[in-house]
Design a protein around this ligand. Structure first.
Ligand SMILES: O=c1ccn([C@@H]2O[C@H](COP(=O)(O)O)[C@@H](O)[C@H]2O)c(=O)[nH]1
Length: 278
């Protein structure tokens, strides 16, 4: 079985270092001339998948925008995941789950068990009940070739107060998360399956990402103000592991599918240039 890290490494080599988010904000539905209901949600997602599913390495549906419509919205999420998988992109569900270990087991079954209707290639997870509480997710992901991206240094300004707090051992909360996830990826080749979320907005924080050996998802580009050029400041020598992520910057070009493709190609070109090491 091929690991998620290996599958992601191959997808990025073939399609380029880019993750595009599906975030059907009410404002975007209106801008696209769609109704703010499940029919509008379904149409929005179909347009995005048809436009870019066959050209982007990773697509990241944001679960919140589906959950707000209840069970029918979750049904659209299930069908969007199926369409994305058929289009050849990897699916990273942004759902930021975290809880005590016994409950995390149920979340792991929901997203990382191939028999689940919400089965995806990888999920985002919150470590604030302790990175160890996420062990059931790491184990199920490893068993089925899945991945987990753990929040470390998020793109929002409020995150710093918690994530940069310093513990008794002198490390920040974020550095503890980084170090524990790095352990999970030890010896993985070409890339570990356990990633971190590090916002492109945060500047140079002095955190040590050198030993992660896993993917670094970088949201905060575009609508939140960061540019591809900021990636070098944030990630330094870890740039080759960065997976830049854009949602509204690309989605704002819709509903015209050619315009969505052009926006995708533009941000990918910017990221390729920013990530080039020489
Ligand atoms: O630190 C984080 C973690 C996750 N996100 C999510 O990424 C997208 C960003 O959307 P944009 O439209 O590109 O701003 C959204 O789903 C967030 O929930 C993040 O922004 N920062």
């Amino acid at each position: 079985m091929e690991t998620f890290g290996a599958r992601l490494h191959r997808a990025v080599a073939e399609r380029g270092p880019l993750c595009v988010g599906i975030d059907p904000h009410p404002g975007l539905l209106a801008q696209w001339g769609l109704s703010d209901d499940v029919e509008g949600l379904d149409r929005f997602c179909r347009i995005v998948v048809e436009a870019i599913g066959d050209r982007v390495a990773v697509v990241k549906p944001q679960s919140a925008f589906f959950e707000r419509f209840g069970s029918r919205g979750v049904g659209i999420l299930e069908s969007t995941i199926r369409q994305l998988r058929n289009s050849g992109s990897l699916v990273l569900l942004d759902v930021k789950r975290g809880d005590i270990g016994s409950t995390v087991s149920a979340y792991a079954s929901a997203y990382l068990d191939p028999s689940s209707p919400l089965y995806v290639d990888a999920v985002t997870a919150s470590p604030y009940l302790g990175v160890g509480s996420l062990a059931p997710m790491f184990e199920l992901a490893a068993a089925h070739g899945g991945g987990v991206f753990v929040l470390a240094l998020t793109s929002n300004p409020e995150g710093a107060a918690v994530q940069r707090a310093v513990g008794a051992d002198g490390r920040t909360v974020a550095q503890t998360v980084i170090d524990e996830v790095s352990q999970l990826n030890r010896g993985a080749d070409p890339l570990g399956s356990f990633g971190l979320v590090v916002g492109a907005t945060i500047g140079d924080t002095g955190h040590d990402l050198a030993g992660v050996n896993g993917p670094l998802l970088a949201p905060g580009l575009g609508a939140q103000g960061a540019t591809a050029a900021d990636l070098r400041t944030v990630f330094g020598s870890s740039l080759p592991s960065v997976l830049p992520s854009y949602s509204r910057e690309v989605l704002g070009a819709g509903p015209d599918q050619e315009a969505l493709r052009a926006a995708t190609d533009r941000v990918l070109a910017e990221c390729r240039a920013a990530l080039a090491t020489s």
